[in-house]
Design a protein around this ligand. Structure first.
Ligand SMILES: Cc1cc2nc3c(=O)[nH]c(=O)nc-3n(C[C@H](O)[C@H](O)[C@H](O)COP(=O)(O)O)c2cc1C
Length: 166
C-alpha cells in the first residue's frame, strides 16, 4: 500500500505519516510504503494507494497533480484514496473541497477527503505571507488527528475486506 503526499511546509507530510502508521497498525501483514510525491513520478508495483497534497490557491501542488495524471491508467486498476490538506481556522475556511474533481475522475478514487491544515507564519516565503495576509488566513495548526485516523481506519477496513475475498 503506497501512502504518498506532496507537502510544501510539512503539514501534509505529517498527515500522510499518521495515515501510514494507522494502516501499519490495522494491516500488520501489509507492506505500507510511505513516499514523497515530489521525489519522482514512478508509481511502482502497488495494490492500493493513498495520495495527498497540500492545497495552494485552490489546487493540489504540481508534483501531486502530475503524479496522478502520469499514473492514471495504473491507478484506475487498484483502489485509490485521495486527500487534501488546506482549510485553516475554526471552523476551517474555505469550506468544501478544493479543485480535485478531475483528479478523482482520472484516478478512479474511492473517496477524496479534505483535512484542515497548518499555517506557520515563520516558515512562509515573503510571497506566501502576503497572500495569507491578503486572504486573512489564520495562523495555527488546525489538523484534526482523530478525523485523519478515522479515515485511515476506514481505508484499512476496505482493504482487509478486499484481501479476505481474494
Ligand atoms: C500562500 C498560501 C495559499 C493557500 N491557499 C489555500 C487554498 O487555496 N485552499 C486551502 O484550503 N488552503 C490554502 N492554504 C493553506 C495550506 O494549504 C495549509 O496551510 C496546508 O496545511 C499546508 O500544507 P504543507 O505544510 O504540507 O505545505 C494556503 C496557504 C498559503 C500559505
Amino acid at each position: 500500500v503506497l501512502v504518498a503526499a506532496s507537502s510544501k511546509h510539512g503539514a501534509t507530510g505529517e498527515i500522510a505519516d499518521v495515515i501510514a502508521d494507522e494502516l501499519r497498525t490495522r494491516l500488520p501483514d501489509a507492506d505500507v510504503v510511505r513516499r514523497d510525491l515530489d521525489d519522482g513520478d514512478t508509481l511502482g508495483e502497488v495494490d492500493a494507494a493513498v495520495l495527498g497534497s497540500a492545497v495552494y490557491m485552490g489546487r493540489w501542488r504540481k508534483p501531486a497533480r502530475r503524479f496522478v495524471e502520469l499514473n492514471s491508467t495504473r491507478l484506475r486498476e487498484v483502489p485509490v484514496w485521495l486527500f487534501s490538506s488546506g482549510p485553516l481556522g475554526d471552523p476551517p475556511v474555505p469550506a468544501g473541497d478544493p479543485d480535485v474533481g478531475a483528479l478523482v475522475t482520472i484516478s478512479g478514487a474511492v473517496d477524496h477527503r479534505t483535512f484542515a491544515g497548518r499555517l506557520d507564519q515563520a516558515n512562509l516565503t515573503r510571497a506566501e505571507r502576503l497572500v495569507a495576509h491578503t486572504v486573512g488566513a489564520p495562523s495555527g495548526d488546525f489538523r484534526g488527528w482523530a478525523d485523519v485516523r478515522d479515515w485511515a481506519t476506514a481505508i484499512a477496513r476496505v482493504l482487509s475486506e478486499i484481501t479476505a475475498t481474494v
